[in-house]
Ligand binder design. Structure first.
Ligand code: ZN
Length: 789
């Protein structure tokens, strides 16, 4: 404790050598200059434009050869102010061609301790991705015709995953151009985004067909033509349009697709049609194709073909799934209570049950409601979740392919269940980002994955308070933020170049947004601004600057320091509470101050020698001989004199009301010394635990670091004595080192085991908890399935 008196130093001004703290300077040239296409407030400008492509496609799925044969008529509208001499189309299937950049640019080295044939194959592959096709087939697009409206061939050039069509005459602003393309390609094994899954037990294929037709590349005010090659990691940059798609499949297949089916009457049995009608008015899923029917189809052979016709308006893409193994359930519900009904549907093989029949369609509907409430109402008539291979998921307009598969005995771990519900929420959620808020995925993975993972985190918590969310909580990003700089890239890194895509494009931006909402802006300001962004850019193509600007524009919060730290930098948060100095006010009251001084002096006098000498204190010269004493032998410097009392009364009389109030408050004043060890400045949140067992939390904005981003002092006054100080007590700023967050330092025991255990009890191998329970009780957990219809 140190006593202070009035008049002692206030805040220390910055030293003369002080330089502007760049962390709190505005973003300046980090952002593009606003213009008439995109404004400084982050909204579309008066000259904003986007081109459009409408498609009329006929496609056949050849189940015997796992092949797609298609033809399309495309109407391309030039809404740009520019004349276009040529147009670019995307040919993603060429990723699987021999010599593709994605294949041959893969790096790595042989592991001398041993490698699987698959990973060795991936290292030497000249096509596709690591998980790509193993069969040595001739993958990639075979373009068989490119012609104009009159059937006249058009000149075209294929450059890997892009194709340029030279226009006979330049396409002027406001004009459209109609052309046709015929193509075919061999379908690859499912690689996470599209392909087939083969079931050796019954010999059937499930098909998940995506980026399956030559699609227009985007032409916009930011990139001109966005024709950055598809290397496999960076997703898609697309434009909106209306689709009419006729899908011909074996007549025992069930099809799920982007859009609304136009001819259910022709493709469904009367019983299935009846069930669909029932589902149109049901608040719970109704089975349209039962498991028993799907299992019967698995064993039979098709007797011909069927064509399913779909229409999808104002979508940026079109995908579909097809199989004879599909079970199908659906419900059409008034998701937002506004009288407009939306279909939620699921398609899955029996291998997905019992999880899929219980959860999928309900999770789809929950996603539409949760996301819709924080952005805009889902504008499409249908949302579909299909069950693909064991893990992961992939999104397309109105349809998604999702993992999460139980064991063959129908049991599953909690991780599989949460993973399945989580991935459905995530992929259905992608309808909002980027299917509608149409950001450039090829360039900015975080703009869709980060925003979507953030909304997924919120939707999971709305699904179940105890949902084991994987990404979004600040503590969940700490390990990544701690990692070596060589595996960190700024969030603002191009999609194809991001190292550690999962933490960087999903978890870190999702965490950053959660911190913005909970800690920096507060829920009300954040939610308003986030909704404003979603609505401003629904059915348009925002850039990062449009997001950053809108969040500030709508909330009135300066977030430049936050974007710089979290999105442009790789530094972590590490606040260190170095020291706390305790001060109390000198009351000037001699009765109090002199008594205090006496006890301090007495305490100081108690040395080891003095304690031992006490036994012989009567033996000293002064003790034994009174002539050796004078005034000072009886003088008490701590006694209160009349002069002291008079001086104190004069002092009190000199104080004004405010000074007197402060003097009487008996406050404790603490000077905290805080270091910003990590580099990323963040708000300071500190819990004080008091002598009397109560506690209190003080919060200071990140601007507390604006004069000095390395070390600051902060004074806190409290009437009670603080016994323990703790920084970030609710784990809300992703501080990577908790050990330096307390003062005095608190040491926690690390638990260790005396015996040797083979593996962690939480490792995923071995029987899952449902199986363990079954071994001690009965009967099997599998329910429904074949019994339901
Ligand atoms: Zn995603």
């Amino acid at each position: 404790m140190t006593a202070i008196v009035f008049g002692a130093g206030a805040q220390t001004p910055p030293s003369p050598t002080y330089k502007a703290n760049d962390r709190f300077e505005q973003m300046g040239s980090l952002l593009p200059t606003p213009n008439t296409f995109r404004t400084a407030s982050g909204s579309p400008g008066r000259d904003f434009f986007q081109n459009r492509a409408d498609y009329d496609i006929k496609v056949e799925l050849d189940d015997a050869n796992q092949k797609i044969i298609g033809s399309e008529v495309v109407t391309y509208f030039n809404h740009s102010p520019d004349e276009l001499k040529y147009i670019w189309l995307q040919l993603e299937q060429n990723l699987f061609e021999k010599g593709s950049i994605g294949g041959v640019s893969r790096t790595g080295s042989v592991n001398e301790t041993g490698m699987s044939a698959a990973s060795l194959g991936a290292l030497t592959a000249t096509a596709g991705r690591g998980r790509g096709p193993t069969a040595n087939r001739d993958f990639g697009y075979k373009i068989t015709a490119v012609k104009d409206k009159a059937g006249k061939p058009l000149k075209y050039t294929i450059n890997q995953t892009m194709m340029r069509i030279d226009l006979p005459t330049p396409l002027k602003p406001g004009q459209n151009f109609v052309f046709a393309v015929d193509w075919n390609y061999l379908i690859t094994e499912y690689y996470g985004r599209s392909g087939y899954e083969f079931f050796p037990k019954d010999g059937n294929y499930n098909y998940f067909i995506a980026h399956w037709f030559p699609r227009l590349a985007a032409y916009d005010d930011v990139n001109g033509w966005q024709h950055k090659q598809f290397l496999g990691q960076g997703e898609f940059t697309l434009i909106f349009g209306n689709y009419k798609v006729a899908i011909t499949v074996p007549n025992d297949h069930v099809v799920a697709a982007s859009g609304e089916c136009q001819n259910y009457k022709q493709v469904l049995t009367p019983t299935q049609s009846q069930r669909l009608q029932k589902a149109a008015n049901s608040k719970t899923p109704v089975v349209i194709v039962t498991q028993a029917e799907a299992e019967a189809a698995e064993k039979a052979k098709p007797t011909g073909k069927k064509t399913w016709i779909y229409k999808a308006d104002n979508v940026r893409d079109f995908a579909f799934a097809s199989s004879r193994k599909f079970i199908w359930d659906a419900m059409q519900t008034d998701v937002y209570g506004d009288g407009k009904k939306i279909w939620s549907m699921s398609f899955y093989p029996k291998e997905g049950n019992p999880l899929w029949e219980q959860y999928s369609t309900r999770a789809v509907e929950h996603t539409l409601r949760s996301y819709g409430n924080r952005t805009f109402k889902y504008p499409y008539p249908v949302a579909i979740s299909c069950h693909g291979t064991a893990g992961g998921g992939m999104e397309y307009p109105m349809i998604s392919f999702n993992g999460g598969r139980p064991e063959p005995d129908g049991t599953y771990s909690e991780a599989v269940k949460a993973g399945m519900i989580g991935v459905i929420i995530h992929e259905v959620g992608h309808n909002f980002f980027p299917m509608i808020v149409n950001s450039d995925e090829r360039q900015w993975a975080w703009m869709d994955e980060g925003l979507n993972t953030f909304c997924q985190y919120l939707a999971e918590k709305e699904w179940d308070y105890k949902f084991p969310t994987r990404r979004g909580e600040p503590q969940q990003i700490v390990d990544y933020m701690k990692s070596d700089k060589s595996v960190l890239s700024p969030i603002m890194t191009s999609s194809e170049n991001v190292i550690s895509l999962g933490p960087n494009a999903y978890a870190k931006p999702a965490t950053a947004l959660n911190i913005l909402r909970e800690t920096v802006m507060g829920r009300e300001l954040f939610d308003y601004a986030f909704k404003e962004y979603a609505n401003r850019w629904a059915f348009k193509n925002p850039t990062p600057a449009d997001f950053f600007r809108t969040m500030e524009d709508a909330s009135g919060v300066d977030l430049d320091w936050f974007w710089k730290g979290w999105f442009y930098g790789v530094e972590p948060v590490d606040q260190d509470l170095v020291e706390v100095d305790w001060f109390t006010l000198n009351t000037q009251n001699p009765e109090i101050e002199k008594a205090l001084a006496r006890s301090e002096a007495e305490a100081k006098a108690k040395t080891m020698s003095k304690i031992r000498d006490a036994a012989t204190k009567d033996q000293t010269v002064v003790a034994k001989d009174s002539t050796m004493r004078d005034f000072y032998n009886s003088y008490d410097p701590f006694a209160v004199t009349d002069a002291d009392k008079k001086k104190y009364q004069d002092y009190l009389a000199s104080l004004n009301d405010e000074e007197r109030k402060t003097l009487e408050s008996k406050n404790n004043f603490y000077t905290l010394t805080l270091k910003n060890k990590g580099g990323l400045p963040m708000p300071v949140i500190i819990r004080m635990q008091f002598e009397d067992g109560t506690d209190s939390v003080a919060r200071f904005p990140a601007e507390i670091w604006r004069f000095n981003d390395a070390q600051i002092n902060k004074v806190i006054a409290t009437s009670k004595k603080v016994t323990q100080w703790t920084l970030d007590p609710f784990q809300e700023i992703a501080d990577i080192d908790g050990e330096n967050n307390s003062f005095p330092r608190v040491s926690k025991p690390t638990r260790f085991q005396l015996y040797k255990q083979q593996r962690s009890p939480y490792a995923p191998q071995g029987p899952n908890p449902m199986q363990q329970q079954q071994q001690t009780t009965q009967p099997p957990a599998r329910q429904g399935g074949a019994n339901k219809n």
